[in-house]
Design a protein around this ligand. Structure first.
Ligand code: MLT
Length: 267
């Protein structure tokens, strides 16, 4: 997939820009890169202009921060749209950390949105314990390296059926995670630890919103996503059978169907 480069907020970002039509911006999760969306880039770009950046520090994008807040990532996306001269409202689709960023994009750049898609994510902030654990992990990744994080996270990312019968997806994800710099992982962990709780703001998010979640997701459970859909004024939840946290990679056809249905009827 051809990657382009552009300087945004003094950082050189890499991104995919393909297809024509209404714009969909895909935001990857942690600690991953745009390639987790490869099946969606292919399917959606038949009818849409699809942008899929590597967030600062991740994948092929530059970035050397000690901490990156979800707001900073969201501001980078607004900067990307500015640099590309995109004024029309877009649909933003984020998975997990990409979802945390999508909420902040809505909060600070909401006029640029016509629709929102949040996959395998949550609205609540970290508990005090979870935040403390992230800060501990941020310190340990700097000494133990990214591969250690990948090994710890991988079993939690996939449905049992994916772990059993789709080992190529698991291995490809391991390679992406192990290649992310430890400083980038630490910076995102510190940012996620202090992300705001969006629960009380959900009722105000009145643009069409789609929630997508894997039925075997242990990190961001489907029931929590269902509750988010109920709290939003104009949302539907699309559950994905036989998928865990990485639903777009595990069950691409099912996820693509949900996304394309939403995009063709709601935004
Ligand atoms: C992700 O997939 O982006 C992460 O699991 C999010 C998190 O650690 O909360």
């Amino acid at each position: 997939m051809e990657m382009r480069k552009i300087t945004v907020n003094e950082v050189r970002l890499s991104y995919v820009d393909t297809g024509t039509g209404p714009i969909v911006l895909l935001l990857h999760g942690f600690p991953l890169d745009h390639s987790m969306w490869r099946h969606q880039i292919e399917a959606l770009s038949q009818r849409h202009r699809v942008l899929a950046p590597d967030l600062r520090g991740f994948g092929q994008s530059e970035g050397q921060d000690d901490k990156v807040t979800m707001r900073q990532f969201a501001d980078d996306l607004a900067g990307l749209l500015d640099s590309l001269g995109i004024l029309e409202p877009i649909t933003l689709c984020g998975l997990s950390m990409g979802g945390y960023i999508a909420w902040q994009f809505w909060r600070h750049h909401g006029a640029r949105l016509t629709g929102l898609i949040v996959c395998n994510s949550r609205a609540a902030a970290d508990s005090a314990e979870a935040a403390a654990e992230r800060l501990r992990l941020a310190d340990s990744v700097l000494t133990e390296g990214s591969a250690a994080i990948a090994d710890a996270m991988l079993p939690k990312l996939f449905a049992p059926s994916t772990l059993e019968s789709q080992s190529s997806i698991v291995e490809a994800t391991r390679r992406v995670m192990a290649a992310i710099r430890p400083t980038t992982i630490a910076a995102a962990l510190r940012g996620m630890a202090e992300r705001p709780d969006m629960t009380d703001e959900l009722a105000g998010i009145d643009i069409p919103t789609l929630l997508v979640g894997g039925e075997f997701d242990v990190l961001t459970p489907a029931d929590e996503m269902r509750a988010i859909a109920r709290a939003l004024p104009d949302a539907t939840f699309c559950p994905i059978a036989d998928a865990g946290h990485m639903a777009p990679l595990e069950q691409p056809a099912r996820v693509n169907r949900c996304l394309l249905d939403f995009l063709s009827t709601r935004v």
